[in-house]
Design a protein around this ligand. Structure first.
Ligand code: GLV
Length: 395
């Protein structure tokens, strides 16, 4: 066992929440809060997790389930587990291994990794790091030329699907980022950075890794034609330049001939737009509570979208997944699979590759135990009969 794996072994890390204080200890406040925080009053951020408590489980006892089948299929791909790794921006700031480490860990457990446009490692390297499928999440920052170039690179590198995030008309105000000076630290002058530097200097271990890794680097996957890789910008500037419309989906559809996943759907209307735009899958998502605060928690929006889609596309969801039981509840409410973001990113921040591997292991073991306690032999057999539905889930 390596030192990093020991640092996240039981009993130090027993559940996903246990990574959080470890991540907080390792990261400068500005990076931890970027990962941990949400928009405005963080109501949706909190509700994303809490809402799972509204759904209770209905086990079938005294049935022997000696082996559980955790497999599922997403976009025709066989996954060993019904959770994928969500795109997480700036992962390389959390740990130099960043997206490469996360993709490797996802492949090692037989699931898919979704690479954010706001990534620190080249998309080709991320694809090469994983033995499993990798999807590319597209923001239009850098303009159409940059997007078309990255779509082409993703195709050549062998990415399996394109994920288009539609909930970024502007960036949500993540108040912690503003207070911590995320913008100044990433793209400000030295003078503008000065007031915010103590939080970075307070974490010499992180700082040493960051400097050895090359410091603030441009975005290798946003290459503006004739200009080269776009300089790293803070999340506000990145998302403000990333707005996508249904009209854009037409040229995106023409540029990417593989499956398209539309992420950020919360209503039946948008689900229908996504189907009209040719989406093969939809992710019910509020961007981890990071965009419009006060929208429904994702689980609560799921039944409306599942009903509207009515089997015409696959429905995934993200937001608030911390335990195997959360995955089970989302699937019982109609999701084919879920995406987890913070659940593995806390692990990445706490201990790099070993942290991601441990997070995925925790979720896998949790999921298997939950199924066995439910008396359910497989993910495929999960349905509404395994849960008590709250009123909001009756569609
Ligand atoms: C990146 O997409 C973020 O929301 O921080």
């Amino acid at each position: 066992m390596t030192t990093a794996s020991r640092a996240v072994a039981s009993p130090r890390v027993v559940c996903i929440q246990d990574f959080r204080p470890l991540a907080r200890r390792r990261l400068p406040k500005v990076v931890f809060d970027y990962l941990d925080g949400g928009a405005e009053g963080e109501v949706t951020l909190r509700e994303n997790c809490r809402v799972f408590e509204d759904v209770t489980l209905r086990p079938r006892h005294a049935v022997a389930v000696s082996q559980c089948d955790l497999r599922t299929r997403v976009l025709g791909l066989d996954l060993a587990l019904p959770f994928l790794l969500a795109p997480v921006g700036y992962s390389r700031l959390m740990h130099p291994g960043g997206e490469v480490a996360a993709a490797h860990a996802a492949g090692a457990v037989g699931t898919a990794y979704i690479l954010s446009t706001i990534s620190g490692h080249r998309l080709e390297d991320v694809k090469a790091a994983s033995s499993g499928p990798v999807f590319y999440q597209l923001y239009l920052m850098g303009g159409r030329g940059a997007a078309e170039a990255s779509i082409e690179r993703a195709r050549i590198a062998g990415f399996s699907a394109l994920v288009v995030t539609i909930d970024t008309a502007v960036a949500g105000v993540r108040e912690r980022d503003v207070r911590n000076g995320m913008k100044e630290l990433i793209s400000g002058t030295l003078f503008a950075k000065l007031p915010f530097l103590p939080q970075v200097l307070a974490k010499p271990g992180w700082l040493a890794n960051f400097l050895v890794d090359g410091g603030v680097r441009p975005l290798p996957n946003v290459v503006v034609p004739g200009q080269g890789p776009m300089p790293l910008v803070d999340i506000g500037a990145a998302l403000a330049a990333a707005t996508v419309t249904w009209a854009d989906l037409r040229w995106i559809r023409a540029a990417w001939r593989g499956p398209i996943v539309i992420k950020g759907v919360l209503t039946a209307d948008d689900a229908r737009h996504a189907l009209d735009a040719g989406a093969e899958a939809i992710v019910v998502s509020n961007h981890g509570g990071r965009q419009l605060d006060g929208v429904s928690p994702s689980l609560r929006a799921l039944p409306e979208v599942v009903a509207a889609v009515n089997g015409r596309a696959e429905v995934l969801m993200d937001g608030g997944i911390r335990r195997g039981a959360d995955v089970v509840k989302a699937i019982c409410l109609g999701a084919r699979a879920v995406l987890c973001g913070r659940a593995y990113a806390y692990g990445l921040a706490a201990a790099g590759p070993a942290g991601v591997a441990r997070a995925l292991e925790i979720l896998r073991v949790d999921l298997e135990r939950t199924l066995r306690l439910l008396g359910c032999p497989s993910i495929a057999a999960l349905d509404k009969s395994y849960v008590n539905l709250p009123d909001w889930a009756r569609h």
